[in-house]
Design a protein around this ligand. Structure first.
Ligand code: CO
Length: 156
């Protein structure tokens, strides 16, 4: 009897937590990605449902190296533009997060961070649904290996 009394409330609580739509939506709209000292992201694809008006991407640098040597940022652009954006940012320096200034091709971006640091960016998903988007790092030499697809997915 004692065991049953313990289990029933726990099961009821779990069911409520899973049933809460706002909780699920909040989680789906917040994404985390890691970068490391080996010049790698830990994901090559990211997606959010179109029901997210805004999405927050948090970038965690899990390495030890300084931003000046192994900096990472998280930048989003159309897949047709990302390589040109990365090349344009290369000469802009760490102070400018290796990004071309006022470049309309940049949909969203974080600052450059070094080992042990994290940063995040929040942006609107308006007009991004069904677009072919790529996220990447613009630190010089990184974009070729540090990139992946970003999708705002339509719901049924
Ligand atoms: Co990088």
């Amino acid at each position: 009897m004692k065991t049953s009394w313990m289990l029933i409330p726990a099961a009821a609580f779990a069911a409520l937590a899973f049933a809460s739509p706002s909780m699920a939506a909040d989680d789906a709209c917040e994404l985390t990605i890691e970068g490391n000292d080996q010049m790698q992201f830990n994901k090559d694809e990211m997606s959010v449902p179109a029901s997210c008006d805004e999405v927050t991407v948090t970038l965690k640098h899990t390495g030890d190296m300084d931003a000046s040597a192994m900096g990472h940022n998280w930048v989003l652009a159309d897949s047709d533009d990302y390589e040109e954006v990365a090349k344009a940012g290369m000469s802009e320096g760490l102070d400018n997060n290796y990004l071309p200034e006022d470049d309309d091709r940049i949909i969203a971006h974080t600052d450059v961070v070094g080992g042990g640091e994290e940063t995040s960016v929040t942006f609107s998903t308006e007009d991004l649904e069904d677009q072919d988007l790529t996220f990447f790092c613009t630190f010089p030499g990184h974009y070729a290996s540090m990139n992946g697809s970003f999708t705002v997915t339509q719901e049924d």
